[in-house]
Design a protein around this ligand. Structure first.
Ligand SMILES: C[S@@+](CC[C@H](N)C(=O)[O-])C[C@H]1O[C@@H](n2cnc3c(N)ncnc32)[C@H](O)[C@@H]1O
Length: 269
């Protein structure tokens, strides 16, 4: 089998397209792009990258482009990653919303990958007395551009070894399936999963809390600023934006009140 060669011109076309439509900056990732796409595109019947890129770039919403993003996006995530923000959400933010009379918390997990982050948050919230006593409820909206990861999140089935990342007090939310484990319905019913591209999603001011962690470091700083400004618009006044620990953008310090290392509050007025 003769494998297609990634020329300089094809590579530039590919990374500029991915950056423009999805924010991801692959400019310094040529080896990764070649490793993940060369055999993949020849298996899909393409003889050259230019033929492939013609199909991908002519329809950013099409199946071929989605399949490419599934190959190229970085999906590293795990249960209870950067867990301090999860506990602050449950112990500090949730009671604050209850004091303000909120009966149901609407949370958006933007760039949720395969769902571990959203399920971890759901476990921590479900365990609080406020939720257990029915004083407040919550729903989580998990979104990503990787459709394979979203399918995994929707199934809620994970390798049993991942249980080691989940503190024992939350194991009651997990059912054993032999070598795999499944998230119980009580939690999975609270989460909806959907394809959303952070670059062009509709930003409505409906969220109490937005988690957007470990995705913006793949973006150029101008793109990060645009997205932070849109996330700001998506929050209700008094709502919270929670970023990853390595994702500082100057803009969030100007727009938001900075509460904890990764937690920002949209001012009330
Ligand atoms: C490293 S994972 C982070 C997952 C989780 N938030 C965490 O902190 O563990 C980054 C995710 O961002 C997603 N992503 C990248 N660009 C995106 C975009 N433009 N819109 C939505 N999701 C995007 C990727 O598909 C991937 O699932």
């Amino acid at each position: 089998m003769i494998l297609p060669i990634l020329t300089d011109a094809d590579f530039i076309k590919l990374y500029e397209f991915v950056r423009e439509y999805f924010g991801i900056n692959l400019e310094k990732k040529r080896t990764l792009v070649e490793a993940r796409l060369t055999f993949f595109i020849s298996q899909r019947g393409f003889h050259s990258f230019s033929e492939y890129l013609h199909v991908v770039t002519s329809n950013p919403q099409g199946d071929e482009c989605t399949a490419m993003l599934n190959r190229l996006s970085t999906n590293y995530t795990f249960f209870f990653r950067e867990s301090p923000a999860l506990y602050v959400t449950a112990k500090t933010l949730l009671p604050e919303f209850v004091d303000k009379g909120v009966k149901k918390l609407h949370i958006w997990d933007a760039a949720c990958a395969s769902g571990e982050e959203a399920y971890s948050l759901a476990m921590v919230l479900a365990q609080t007395p406020l939720v257990r006593l029915g004083i407040v409820d919550f729903s989580i909206f998990g979104t990503d551009i990787n459709t394979e990861l979203l399918a995994k999140a929707r199934r809620g089935i994970y390798d049993g070894q991942q249980l080691a990342m989940i503190p024992p007090e939350y194991h009651k939310y997990i059912r054993s399936l032999g070598k795999e484990v499944r998230i119980c319905r009580e939690l999975s019913n609270k989460i909806k999963w959907q394809y959303e591209n952070l670059m062009n999603t509709t930003y409505n001011s409906i969220w109490d809390i937005i988690f957007c962690r470990n995705v913006m470091f793949y973006f150029k700083s101008a793109t990060r600023e645009q997205i932070v400004a849109k996330l700001y618009k998506s929050l209700r006044p008094g709502g919270y934006l929670i970023l990853g620990s390595t994702e500082n953008v100057d803009l969030e310090r100007r727009l938001f009140e900075h509460l904890e290392p990764t937690i920002y509050r949209k001012p009330l007025c």
